[in-house]
Design a protein around this ligand. Structure first.
Ligand code: HEC
Ligand code: HEC
Length: 424
C-alpha cells in the first residue's frame, strides 16, 4: 500500500507545500457562468424541490462585467445542471440531488429520490466539490486500487459520468431520444449550435454527448474548488487554529492515522484522500429504501450487496474477488455539510463516524467481511475530548470560511504565488 507508514514529518511538509498549489485560474469561467444563470430553472409542476434558488455564487457576480459575455461550455453546463426538464418525467435537475448549499451533496438523505416518485438508488449522493481532481482508476490483480469517480471509481471523467444520472431509471430516468428532443425544444438550444456546431444539434447521440461535455466544463470551474476553508487560511499562515482544532489535526495526522487513507498525493493540493479503495467494514444500512425497490431497479431485493469496486463490469473475475466490498476513499473537504455518511448513508453524524472508527465492534456487521483494510488493524482508544477535537478539525474543512474581503484577497494572492513558484 502506497500510503502506508510514511513519516509524519514528510507528510506534513508535503501537505503544506502542496496545499498552496491550488489553481485559481478559472475565475473567468465562473464570472461568465453567472450571467445566464437566471434562465437555468423553469419551475415545473412536478418539481417538488422547485423552490431551491439558483446557485448563489454564480448569480452574485453577474453585474461585474459591462459587456454581455459570450457563451462557453461552462455557462451552458450551469444551465443544464439546473434544468428540471431534463428528467423523465420532468422535475428533477442535477441540482436537486447535488445542492450547492451543501457542497453539492444531498442533505439529510441516505439515498435520493429519482424523477419517478418512490424510486431510490443504492448509494448516498456525494459532494461534487473537488470531484474534478480525482485521478483515473488504477489497479490490477494483486495490487492496490485507487482513483476514478463514483463510490467505486468505475468512471474516469466527469463527461462520461454526466450521462449516467440522466439515463439511470432510479435517477433522471431519461432516454437519449427524449433528452435530445427536450434539448432541441429548449430556449438555449442555439448555444449548442454555437459551441458544438449545427451537426451536433441534429444528431441525438452527439447532442447528448455535448450536454455531458458542458456539464463537465461547469463542474471544472472554481465554484467546485474554491479552496477557502479555515484549513486553507491556516495553511497559508493567515489564520490560526484553536487549541482544540490543533489537537484534532494532530490526532488526524498521527495517533488516529486517518491520513493513511485521507491524504492526497496525486494532485497539487490537499484533498484529504489518497483516492485509495478500501473495505473499512462500513455496517449494512438496513433502512436503505433500495432494498424494497421493484425488481426493475433492484433485481436482488433484500439480498442486495453493494460490491463496491467489484461492481465495475470491466474487472476480471480475479480482480472482482479481491476488490469485493472496497470503496474509493472520499475527500473530507466539506464533510461537516454532507451528512449522512458512507456509500450507504448509514451514519447520520460525524460523531457516529468517529465512534465507528474508534470501536467498529460496537456496530452491526459489514456487507462484505472479506478484504478488510489492514490499515485499520489497531485500536484508536480515543477519549471524549479526542473525539470532539477530531470533529472540530473536520469542521475546519468547510469551504467559504467567513473571512473579510481583504483576507480573502490575501489568501488568493498567496495561493497564486505558490502555484507560480511550483509550476516553473
Ligand atoms: C437522484 C439523485 C441524483 C441526481 C438527479 C444526480 N445525481 Fe449525481 N450522484 C448521485 C449519486 C447517488 C451518486 C453516487 C453514485 C455511485 O457512486 O454509484 C452521484 C455521483 C455523481 C458524481 C460523482 C462524484 C464523485 O466524486 O465521484 C458526479 C460527478 C455527479 N453525480 C454529477 C451529476 C450530474 C452532472 C447530474 C445531472 C446530469 C447528476 N449528478 C444528477 C445522485 C444524483
Ligand atoms: C483504510 C483507509 C481509511 C482510514 C485509515 C480512514 N478512512 Fe475514512 N473512509 C475510508 C473509506 C474507504 C471511506 C468510504 C467507505 C464507505 O463508504 O463504505 C471512508 C469514509 C469516511 C467518512 C465519510 C465520508 C463521506 O463522504 O461519507 C469520514 C467522515 C471519514 N472516513 C473520516 C475518517 C477519519 C476521521 C479517520 C481517522 C479516524 C478515517 N476516516 C480513517 C477510508 C479510510
Amino acid at each position: 500500500m502506497l500510503t502506508l507508514h510514511r513519516s509524519a514529518l514528510i507528510k506534513f511538509s508535503i501537505f503544506f507545500l502542496l496545499s498552496f498549489l491550488n489553481g485559481c485560474s478559472q475565475e473567468e469561467a465562473i464570472k461568465t457562468a453567472s450571467s445566464t444563470n437566471a434562465s437555468a430553472s423553469k419551475p415545473n409542476a412536478n418539481d417538488n424541490k422547485a423552490t431551491i434558488a439558483p446557485p448563489k455564487s454564480l448569480s452574485n457576480t453577474s453585474s461585474s462585467s459591462t459587456q454581455p459575455p459570450g457563451i462557453t461550455p461552462a455557462i451552458l453546463g450551469n444551465i443544464l445542471f439546473n434544468d428540471p426538464s431534463l428528467s423523465n418525467p420532468a422535475g428533477l435537475a442535477c441540482r436537486n440531488c447535488h445542492d450547492e448549499a451543501k457542497a453539492f451533496a444531498d442533505p439529510g438523505m441516505a439515498v435520493s429520490e429519482g424523477a419517478v416518485k418512490g424510486t431510490f438508488g443504492s448509494r448516498n449522493t456525494p459532494s461534487l466539490k473537488y470531484a474534478m481532481l480525482a485521478p483515473a482508476l488504477i489497479g490490477q490483480e494483486g495490487h492496490s486500487w485507487s482513483g476514478g469517480l463514483l463510490w467505486d471509481g468505475r468512471v474516469n471523467t466527469l463527461e462520461e459520468q454526466a450521462l449516467m444520472p440522466l439515463f439511470n431509471p432510479a435517477e433522471m430516468n431519461n432516454t437519449e431520444a427524449k433528452l435530445a428532443q427536450t434539448l432541441r425544444q429548449s430556449t438555449y438550444i442555439q448555444h449548442f449550435a454555437t459551441l458544438y456546431g449545427e451537426n451536433t444539434v441534429k444528431d441525438d447521440t452527439l447532442l447528448t454527448k455535448a450536454a455531458a461535455n458542458a456539464l463537465q466544463a461547469f463542474q471544472q470551474t472554481d465554484l467546485f474548488k474554491p479552496y477557502n476553508s479555515k484549513f486553507d487560511y491556516v495553511a497559508a499562515g493567515l489564520l490560526k487554529y484553536t487549541e482544540q482544532e490543533k489537537r484534532g489535526q494532530a490526532l488526524f495526522r498521527r495517533e488516529a492515522a486517518c491520513t493513511d487513507c485521507h491524504q492526497g498525493f496525486f494532485n497539487y493540493s490537499e484533498q484529504f484522500t489518497s483516492y485509495g479503495h478500501h473495505n473499512i467494514h462500513t455496517p449494512v444500512n438496513t433502512h436503505l429504501a433500495f432494498y424494497t425497490q421493484p425488481e426493475s431497479i433492484n433485481p436482488e431485493g433484500k439480498a442486495f450487496i453493494d460490491k463496491g469496486t467489484a461492481a465495475n463490469p470491466q474487472l476480471s473475475e480475479a480482480e472482482k474477488n479481491e476488490t469485493l466490498g472496497l470503496f474509493r476513499t472520499p475527500t473530507l473537504r466539506n464533510i461537516a455539510l454532507t451528512a449522512p455518511y458512507m456509500h450507504n448513508g448509514v451514519f447520520k453524524t460525524l460523531e457516529e463516524v468517529i465512534d465507528f472508527y474508534n470501536d467498529p465492534a460496537q456496530f452491526p456487521k459489514p456487507e462484505v467481511v472479506e478484504n478488510r483494510s489492514d490499515l485499520l488493524a489497531f485500536s484508536l482508544n480515543l477519549t471524549q475530548e479526542d473525539k470532539a477535537a477530531l470533529i472540530a478539525f473536520l469542521k475546519t474543512l468547510s469551504d467559504d470560511y467567513p473571512a473579510d474581503q481583504a483576507l480573502q484577497k490575501q489568501l488568493r494572492g498567496k495561493q497564486e504565488a505558490l502555484r507560480k513558484t511550483y509550476s516553473n
